[in-house]
Design a protein around this ligand. Structure first.
Ligand code: GRF
Length: 205
């Protein structure tokens, strides 16, 4: 069966990558297959997860490139790796570097991102990782959750694909809330949304 070839970009622990790998194993993600994992951080545990799953894993470190055109060089190297892997879609799973408007335009409607809040709340520049949950707790929202959206030139500004709500409980710390949002929203939503987009892409080929 033909599948969409997926590259997953990571920066950290890779629990969202793991959710995708497990979903592929369980047949939840069946219209796409992960063919490459790219990290912009050398020590990202996500790379270990990729290796354990037998998926090609690659580090592209910005510091390798000259400061004056670091972003362009980074993306040139990234594009080469993507082309070589035959990737047709990119999933940002805990990926913290920015991608230029030029890059996101070239991959229009083919880059997905998972954000740990119900966009448009607590998103955009500076809202990542624990900061998102600190802001939700500071605001006193009773519901938060996760959003999968297409990536465009606006941070967390692309078309929303799917969302899943999670209750905020009294006594929640940012760490406890982050864990619940990951377990009850991110790790379920990202595989589901990725499968849905892959299926649509296959239907249109
Ligand atoms: C998590 O906070 C997740 O919400 C966000 O990136 C962080 C790390 O995710 N997308 P992961 O464990 O590296 O997938």
């Amino acid at each position: 069966m033909k599948k969409i070839r997926i590259a997953v970009m990571v920066s950290g622990g890779g629990t969202n990558l793991q959710a995708l790998l497990d979903a592929q194993q369980q047949g939840i993600l069946r219209s796409g297959e992960i063919v490459l994992v790219v990290s912009d951080r050398p020590e990202a545990y996500a790379l270990e997860r990729a290796k354990k799953a037998g998926v090609a894993a690659l580090e592209i470190l910005k510091r390798e490139f000259s400061p004056e055109n670091r972003q362009a060089e980074f993306e040139k190297r990234l594009e080469a790796a993507l082309q070589e892997s035959g990737a047709q879609m990119i999933v940002l799973a805990g990926f913290l570097s920015i991608l230029s408007p030029d890059f996101t335009r070239r991959w229009d409607h083919r880059i997905l991102n998972i954000h740990p809040s119900l966009i448009p709340s607590f998103c955009g520049a500076g809202f990542y990782g624990l900061k998102v949950h600190e802001a939700a707790l500071a605001r006193g929202v009773k519901l938060t959750g996760a959003t999968v959206h297409f990536v465009n030139e606006i941070p967390d500004g692309g078309e929303i694909i799917a969302q899943r709500a999670v209750e905020v409980l009294s006594g929640d710390t940012p760490e406890k809330l982050q864990r619940r949002v990951m377990e009850q929203a991110e790790w379920i939503l990202l595989p589901q949304a990725t499968e849905e987009v892959c299926r649509r892409m296959l239907a249109n080929t």
